[in-house]
Design a protein around this ligand. Structure first.
Ligand code: TYM
Length: 336
């Protein structure tokens, strides 16, 4: 049965998507487009909260579009577009800068992680990043947001903004947002450090599998992935205190659509050498067709741009009435 909920999610074009993005988010998006009205957004305005060399930003935005289509998003089934093509995102983002409280933003752990020790030197955009994220979602009155575990706190803030807006203006305008955080792969960790998340912007390329890595690169990175000297345990309890082992088992489970306990039943007692070979095989079987489709799509940038143009038109048609109504509620004099 189809539940009429509108889905929204976004991804930054700050690098090629990783296996973490794929298993934690993109794969779920592909499934959702068959069941719901879905909008998926390449969030370039979020990407520039950290400096992006201009030529690289253009290239990475197209690469992201190609990767998402190669993973199975279909412009016939969902709205795929670039955030800066729909200026209403930035406009609602500004309005939300005036709703969100500084105290709320001060609690955001991602800001603390990304800004690092020298917080004073971070861009103001990085600080108000979650407000723009709230705008992305609420601009469409989307209610279902499929993301990885790292976005949970940002979605709580989006709900706080929606509630405060409704309360301050005495309306029931913005609906509550429900995060959709699914499965064993909601948190895929770095291959070099099982306590850090796998990230497209990690300085170490060996920490992640990129969706355009060739088969040799996948094999090399898995072979080099950090592990411990013990063999694999027979059940999940044996993964306690072994973050790297837990991560590789989680990846195997996710990529083969199975449960960690079944993976351990099949591989318990084996050393990591043999397990890593099978993991590589499973990853290559799943990812090489995606890479080939992605490379094919990148050969025709005009077709990618045209698909993104159609997406932006559809998104904007949904966004403009909601932005207009928001401004009316707030008391802005309409332009006649
Ligand atoms: P971004 O670009 O960092 O990541 C895109 C999606 O991938 C998920 N993800 C992961 N999942 C599991 N394991 C990992 N190691 C991993 N790394 C990333 C993220 O949780 C995310 O779902 N702020 C967002 C983009 C955004 C957004 C939005 C999302 C902007 N506006 C509105 C939802 C709704 C971000 O930086 O995603």
């Amino acid at each position: 049965m189809t539940i009429p909920q509108r889905v929204f999610s976004g991804i930054q074009p700050s690098g090629v998507p990783t296996l973490g993005n794929y298993l934690g988010a993109i794969r779920n998006w592909v499934a959702l487009q068959d069941r719901h009205e879905c909008l998926f957004c390449i969030v370039d305005l979020h990407a520039v909260t950290v400096f992006q060399p201009p030529a690289q930003l253009i290239a990475q935005t197209r690469e992201m579009a190609a990767a998402l289509l190669a993973c199975g998003l279909s412009p016939e089934k969902c709205v795929l577009f670039v955030q800066s093509h729909v200026p209403a995102h930035a406009q609602l983002g500004w309005l939300f800068n005036c709703i969100a409280r500084i105290g709320w933003l001060n609690r955001m752990t991602q800001f603390k992680d990304k800004a690092g020790k020298d917080r004073e030197a971070a861009s103001a955009g990085l600080y108000v990043y979650p407000n723009l994220m709230a705008a992305d979602i609420l601009l469409y009155h989307a209610t279902l947001v499929p993301v990885g575990d790292d976005q949970r706190q940002h979605l709580e803030l989006a709900n706080d903004i929606a509630q405060k807006f409704n309360h301050d203006y005495g309306v029931q305008f913005f609906p509550p947002i429900q995060p959709l955080i699914q499965g064993v792969a909601a948190r895929v960790m770095s291959l070099r450090d099982g306590t850090k998340k796998m990230s497209k912007s990690d300085p170490s390329d060996q920490s992640r599998i990129n969706l355009n890595d060739d088969n040799d690169a996948i094999a090399f990175k898995i072979r080099r992935a950090k592990t411990d000297p013990e063999p694999l345990p027979d059940d999940p309890a044996g993964l306690e205190g072994r973050p790297e082992a837990r991560n590789l088992v989680g990846i195997m489970a996710a990529i083969t659509d199975d449960l960690p306990e079944n993976v351990l039943r099949a591989h318990g007692g084996k050393g990591f050498g043999a397990f890593k070979e099978e993991l590589t095989e499973a990853l290559v079987a799943h990812l090489s067709p995606i890479r080939e489709r992605m490379n094919r799509l990148l050969r025709d940038p005009a077709a990618l741009d045209a698909a993104l143009h159609v997406g932006a038109e559809k998104a904007e048609a949904l966004a403009l009435p909601i932005l207009a109504r928001t401004m009316e509620i707030m008391g802005f004099l309409p332009r006649r």
